[in-house]
Design a protein around this ligand. Sequence first.
Ligand code: GLC
Length: 441
Amino acid sequence: MDNRLLSRIERSFKLPLSSTKKIIKSFHSEMSKGLSGGKSSLAMLPAFIGMPAGDEAGRFIVLDLGGTNFRVQEVVLEGGGKAQVTAENRFGLKKKDITGTGKELFDFIAGKIKDFMQIYKISPNEKRCLGFTFSFPMDQTDITNGSLIRWTKEFSATGVVGRDVVSLLESALKRKGVNNIRVAALLNDTVGTLLAKGYTDRECDLGVILGTGTNASYPEDTVKIRKWRGAKKPARRMLINMEWGNFNKLPRTVYDERLDRATSNSGMQTMEKMVSGFYLGEITRLISLDLIKKKALFSGDMPAAFARPGRFGAREVFNMERDNSKRLNEIGKILTGLGISRSTHSDRGSIKRICRVVKVRSAHIGTAAMAAVILWMDPKIERRHTIAIDGSLFEKSPGYRKYIKLFLRNLLGIKADRIKLALANGGSGKGAAIAAAIINS
Ligand code: GLC
């Protein structure tokens, strides 16, 4: 194995402190432009809702759409920060569901809501409010509407871009004969995550998703939202859905460029393609492919699993990276599963190193972005902050949290101790109920 080649690749994935600081600076500049309506890779979308008081109460239906799964839930808010999911149905979305027509997609979802109402015996005469978490960039003029700006995460259902997704959902519900549901609030998953944690933790002021996609939201002073054109003067602070996955001022490698060219939204979601779970497997494959072609891996034999995209994802990357056994048996097993029965110890060691740089860079960029938003809100970090984080990278990848903490420490020194990282598992569902409750009160 040519070690220099791999070391060179590793170096191209590293972010020294000086470039992290530069990234934070350009993050701030893009945030500022986004808030004033200028051209920016950060859309900075007003969410038409502020932080909860913690006493919101009621019983709500929640629809959560935006990743590899979608969920229908019933959430009961008891006030005093208590929220309970009392019923839940979860469904996987297949490629055909997300790449067909929008009508088919919304009919499918409405059908599942109808089933949910029947399974849990919710009478068709009982009026219910629904909180709709729709985890894509959308233009809102109010909390009850939002038109899709563009799809992300390889969704491409036709006839949805530019349309109000609440109307699309309501029409589909009507077609299914469901007439007792009113969509009370439409929100991004980061907004839901922030609301859910903020319901119990007054110090929480950043909601982050590190999962299939990546994004964040935070409360902004409305005077700073200079692009504000709304009729009514809004409250003092409003949550902003940043759509940070589209941030495009990061140093990219040839592998990032290759990956981007093969996506349906080439040129967009640059940061997401370097950080989120949907893409980590593919970056790993592209690096491996390069090494195979240069005869630096598997003696140059091209296993079918590496020749085409799609055979391994973030889960494989994490499972291979965490194999600390002497003979790297777990990596061997995964490779066998991929049809590579004869890997040498050196091959397995190289694969581990590739998985590691891909994962560590993801955590590093995620941390730089989180630090940028905290520093934007509180430049000297004088207050305590809780960051609510949801998503499989943070929840399921061993060591990911540790890396975030380490990078925060390197960047902010002792002040990093004022920042708490809190897992907000499934927060976006509870957050949707909280949003519906805020609007109803
Ligand atoms: C993508 C979407 C964004 C969402 C994120 C996490 O970046 O554009 O709206 O919040 O994924 O699901």
